[in-house]
Design a protein around this ligand. Sequence first.
Ligand SMILES: O=C(O)CCC(=O)C(=O)O
Length: 298
Amino acid sequence: MSSSTYDPDASQAIVRLAGTSDHDLVAEVLKRDGALVVEGLIGVDAIERLAAELEPHVASRAPGFLSEHDSYFYGRNTKRIQGLAAKSPTYVAEYLLHPLLLHAAEAMLGVHGGDFWLSQAETIFIGPGEPAQILHRDDEGWIHAARLGMDLQVSTLLAVGDYDAEVGATMVIPGSHLWPVDQPFDPSQAVPVELEMGDALIYMGNIVHGGGENKTSDRWRQGLYQAYLLGWLVPEEAVALQLTPEQAGHLPQRARELLGWSNIRSDSDPDQPSAALALWQLDAADLERLEGQFVPRQ
Ligand SMILES: O=C(O)CCC(=O)C(=O)O
């Protein structure tokens, strides 16, 4: 089913492209369809490293949430672990900074001026017996901006293990990104997007979707969610606060920008390490304390 050429008459509901596809082609399909699958976005080696780094966190986390609302919406038997940049170097190197994803986000969000940053990155491991999630549009979280009709978010669900409709593959209503954000919809129009390990579903925040029902009694649906958001909207996670200044300082400049630890799209002098902290200062004294610890801008 994989194809590296774009056929606008393709009959499949959600187009699937190979991970080696031209990045402009991926952006073109995302713009047109609001969602697509990129097969083999991340290699098996990297996925295995990612899974191993996250495993202790997954093992020690009980499923579900304290609040009734969160358990209802995010799942009673689902494990969502956030703060991934502080937990997994592979997450930062292979997923947050993935060139294809950054290119797609730039194409969709860069047109609104300024940069984008990370809104959220989390495991969405859906446990056996979890009912289907309520279908929704992620952009509803910024409803006033969403009603302006502009693109706010580019999200990705990466398969850490193979997943099919039986185990809770994401349900998507193809074409719903073209509807007004308040338009009611018929859940029966949603189709499952099945993935193999390393494949990714990339989708716009205005497309109707939700986690599928896990009909199995013994398998977990292992997805890793990430969303880039317009740089002038407040992210879902307090991303910058998840990292100490020292942790942030050892990340590449682009990661710092995406994680709220730098002024976005800084054009400042690369030879001035403190320029990386120009916007998000703790106190002027910290600039001196941290100077020299930062990885210089490449
Ligand atoms: O887990 C999925 O497949 C989708 C999750 C989702 O849409 C959400 O929690 O907002």
